[in-house]
Write a protein that binds this ligand. Structure first.
Ligand SMILES: NC(=O)c1ccc[n+]([C@@H]2O[C@H](COP(=O)([O-])OP(=O)(O)OC[C@H]3O[C@@H](n4cnc5c(N)ncnc54)[C@H](O)[C@@H]3O)[C@@H](O)[C@H]2O)c1
Length: 370
């Protein structure tokens, strides 16, 4: 055991904007955790969040929070291009760190974070909460157990809608320097991660990107790519914030022995050549029942609440409810000395694909990822 065995793990949240309260709310639901401090350079936001969650300590800078010896772990909820500086500082200050997605906006920045993770021995986890959805875990198990056969085709679409006001709402949004990209980097990273985790890694791709439906943004609002996976399967990826007025994310996986389709947080279809099949509500209910009572690997990790996908047009609505499950996985890694499901190296993988897609679009050439 590590970290004040027998006592709750004490968290601080840095960044009290759109996603900070989701971390605070998730921590509040975890018996083994306690939120003791929040920090934001915007004092009103920090105070408001502290009041809402009954938090005693309010800091106006991340550095002040990091010097607080009472804090064991921090959730880093700052703009994407600030993640490496924040995470490295936190790890060097002796804190475990859970960082919002995307891990960072360049591979060099990710490597700095991994180096600090390695040298300090503190835990680093990168949010990709949909890996913990019951439906995702059920499909992962169907693939890993061989039930779906060998994967031949995998398609993913993120057809969301973001208003111009959304991009205008923060000076970092839609910029290369801090958002690091658009529909693919910001909104699509969840789905890129699920796709590469389920389908087994992308080996090469060819992509086109456009900025077509918004003004005053530097980054793409449409990205499409053709993919080749490490096992030889092929697939497609579409990510956009220009699809009025937003549709649930969808991932279709076709194997030699069956088909799995995820829509939002739900299992839409799971169908095997053996004749076993689940569709629509029955599929969602099946995922839930397996998650709450079924096989060990699913049961142990699943977030058992499945919701309709609300983030398709509302940036303030967090898609799903799996932050709690991921923070629990992070705490378990701290308590047991194990690895969180998405450590620094795992968090970097979707970035390799996204940055590869940008390179392909810029050069007009296919790009090798691995
Ligand atoms: N997992 C998800 O579903 C999800 C959803 C939304 C956002 N995010 C990610 O969360 C991160 C934050 O996004 P957001 O939409 O909450 O942004 P936001 O702009 O609403 O909030 C960011 C906050 O960080 C604060 N901040 C900036 N620099 C700081 C510093 N040095 N110290 C302390 N606070 C600082 C800002 O004042 C702001 O309040 C991004 O990386 C984004 O991609 C993830």
């Amino acid at each position: 055991m590590t970290e004040r065995s027998g006592q709750k793990l004490r968290f601080g949240v840095i960044g009290c904007g759109a996603i900070g309260p989701t971390h605070a709310g998730a921590i509040a639901q975890i018996k083994d955790a306690e939120l003791v401090a929040v920090a934001d350079v915007n004092a009103d936001r920090a105070r408001e969040m502290a009041e809402k969650f009954g938090v005693g300590k309010v800091y106006s800078s991340d550095q002040d929070l990091l010097s607080d010896g009472e804090i064991d772990a921090v959730c880093l909820c700052t703009p994407s291009g600030m993640h490496a500086d924040g995470a490295v500082a936190a790890l060097l200050a002796g804190k475990h760190v859970i960082v919002e997605k995307p891990m960072e906006i360049s591979l060099e920045a990710c490597d700095r974070m991994i180096a600090a993770e390695d040298s300090t021995g503190k835990k680093l986890a990168i949010i990709s909460q949909h890996r913990f959805d019951a439906a995702t875990l059920l499909v992962k198990e169907a693939i890993d157990s061989g039930k779906l056969g060998s994967l031949v085709l995998a398609d993913a679409t993120v057809k969301w809608w973001r208003t111009q006001e959304y991009y205008d709402s923060g000076d970092w949004r839609g910029t290369w320097a801090m958002d690091g990209g658009g529909a693919l980097m910001n909104q699509g990273v969840h789905t890129v991660d699920l796709l590469q985790w389920l389908a087994g890694g992308v080996s090469s791709l060819f992509a086109y990107t456009r900025t077509a439906a918004h003004e005053r943004i530097e980054v793409e609002d449409i990205a499409v790519a053709a993919l080749r996976f490490e096992n030889g399967a092929v697939g497609t990826l579409t990510a956009t914030t220009a699809a009025y007025e937003g549709f649930p994310v969808r991932i279709d996986l076709y194997g030699t022995e069956g088909t799995a389709v995820l829509e939002g947080d739900r299992l839409k279809t799971l169908k095997f050549k053996t004749g076993e099949e689940f569709h629509g509500e029955a599929a969602a209910a099946h995922a839930l029942s397996v998650a709450s009572g079924g096989t060990a690997s699913v049961k142990n990790q699943a977030a058992v609440r499945l919701e309709t996908n609300t983030a398709v047009a509302d940036p303030g609505a967090v898609w799903g409810d799996a932050h709690r499950a991921q923070i629990e996985d992070f705490i378990a890694a701290i308590r047991t000395g194990g690895k969180p499901l998405i450590d620094g190296r795992a968090g970097k993988r979707p970035l390799e694909i996204i940055l590869g897609a940008y390179r392909s679009s810029r050069t007009g050439q296919p790009v090798t990822i691995r």
